[in-house]
Design a binder for this molecule. Structure first.
Ligand code: SAM
Ligand code: SF4
Length: 428
């Protein structure tokens, strides 16, 4: 565990207590009264596996994927029924469906299951009302008129396509094939969506600002109205062997890309994302609370966080036995939850103290007034009307810290979960 992450955590949580995850879990999740609740569904299948990719996924076969979806639908009903407890207390039924902001399908390559998406969405709609649209991740190979039409008729309003780079040399570094921008544009023109996002990876060896600039221009020319430019992260268990770019080079690239996007009038909707307008968003991460369904999916509630097993086989077995596929759960201390809240809210580049107070029932300044003043003093944020807005400098340091966070927590947790379907516990 890197010292910098541990010291920051100890200070911000005012405690030396690590994050303790255990294998005992709640059968009925307490989400009814939560505001700003999002939904996430994980579909862990891909046609081929990329060596740099850390996500929970395995090779696609229609049989495996279909069997998985049968159980995924069961999990949605199990969570919504609260192991029968909600039904018994008369909370279930038409008219009391819970309002949720969004529903995102991630993976893996969830668009491979496009013909079953309608069934999953029907199961979700039995219990929830999705108010801000449905999003799904696509591999460029999925961008065909048939698949896009199928997604649209299932109710999808936002798509995100994993381009990675329009430059052939970086696709070969990543072990992927070149993306044909002309045919991409043709298909996207044929079947329009409210949000069309393209994913790119930056800080690949030798990558220059001019190359990234031309990728960004081409993305918007092809019909994207949102882009996500993720820094390459070398996960300890990934086998790509791609060298990591030096810190200074990375900073220059991030600053240059940001300035370029802002100069073109794009809105920075989060640390890595830029869009053509305030209301165009694609993010499953910036939610105060969320419920996750499927292998590796996480759930964040008022004072707890849980993660499902990474094993498709064990996931199915657990649900067959009438049990939730939860592998690990952490019950946060108040300060831990505040730190988690601030970390992910800051990801959107702004923290609103009124929203913090609404969530925790205590003013932000009372809990983190000194840190907020320090962040202002160092030029990481500006403040107006209780809203802290991250500066370019702040965004770089967030990015820098996020890398530590990912390698100290996410990398360790996913590495553990890849090896053991249901670990006894985990301390981070
Ligand atoms: C689930 S994939 C997207 C959909 C589809 N499976 C595909 O690959 O096109 C999510 C995104 O995560 C990003 N990603 C994966 N591994 C990464 C890594 N090691 N560092 C940074 N970004 C990564 C890629 O940009 C990828 O498009
Ligand atoms: S990057 Fe996409 S296609 Fe490649 S392994 Fe990861 S999820 Fe699958």
């Amino acid at each position: 565990m890197s010292l910098i992450t541990t010291l920051t955590r100890d200070y911000l949580t005012r405690s030396f207590k690590p994050f303790i995850f255990t294998d005992n879990y709640d059968t009925a999740l307490d989400y009814e009264n939560l505001q700003n609740l999002g939904l996430y569904v994980h579909i862990p299948f891909c046609k081929s596996i990329c060596s740099f990719c850390p996500y929970c996924k395995e090779l696609y076969t229609p049989e495996k994927c279909n069997a998985y979806i049968d159980y995924l639908i069961k999990e949605i009903h199990m969570v919504a029924d609260g192991d029968g407890q909600r039904a018994e207390s008369g909370q279930k039924g038409v008219g009391i469906r819970k309002e949720v902001t969004s529903l995102y399908f991630g993976g893996g390559t969830p668009a491979l299951a496009h013909n079953r998406l309608g069934e999953i969405i029907d199961a979700v709609n039995e219990h929830f009302i999705v108010t801000e649209g449905i999003g799904i991740e696509l591999h460029p190979d999925n961008v065909t008129p048939e698949i896009l039409a199928s997604l649209k008729s299932a109710g999808v309003t936002k798509i995100s396509i994993g381009i990675q780079s329009f430059q052939e040399k970086y696709q070969s570094v990543l072990g992927r094939k070149a993306v044909d921008a002309v045919s991409l544009k043709k298909v996207l023109d044929q079947v329009p969506f409210e949000t069309v996002s393209f994913d790119f990876i930056f800080a690949l060896p030798g990558q220059t600002y001019d190359e990234l600039k031309s990728d960004i221009d081409l993305a918007f020319d092809c019909g994207a109205n949102h882009i996500a430019i993720y820094p390459f992260i070398d996960f300890s268990f990934a086998t790509s062997g791609i060298p990591v770019m030096k810190k200074n080079e990375k900073r220059r690239l991030l600053d240059d890309i940001t300035n370029y996007c802002l100069s073109r009038g794009f809105v920075r909707s989060s640390i890595w994302t830029f869009s053509k307008g305030e209301d165009i968003r694609y993010s499953s991460m910036t939610r105060d609370n969320f419920l996750g369904f499927g292998c590796s999916a996480t759930t964040l509630l008022k004072d707890s966080f849980k993660i499902n097993t990474f094993s498709v086989q064990e996931y199915i077995k657990r649900i067959e036995d009438g049990k939730l596929p939860t592998a690990l759960t952490i019950r946060f201390t108040l300060r831990q939850r505040m730190m988690y809240y601030l970390f992910w809210t800051a990801y959107s580049t702004r923290v609103d103290s009124a929203q913090f107070e609404q969530f925790f029932g205590v003013p932000l300044k009372k809990k983190y007034g000194f840190e907020a003043a320090l962040a202002k003093l160092f030029g990481f944020v500006t403040e107006a009307d209780g809203i802290y807005q991250m500066t370019l400098k702040g965004a770089f340091f967030y990015h820098y810290y996020e890398n530590y966070y990912t390698l100290s927590y996410i990398d360790k947790m996913w590495n553990c979960m890849r090896k053991t379907a249901f670990p006894e516990g985990l301390r981070l």
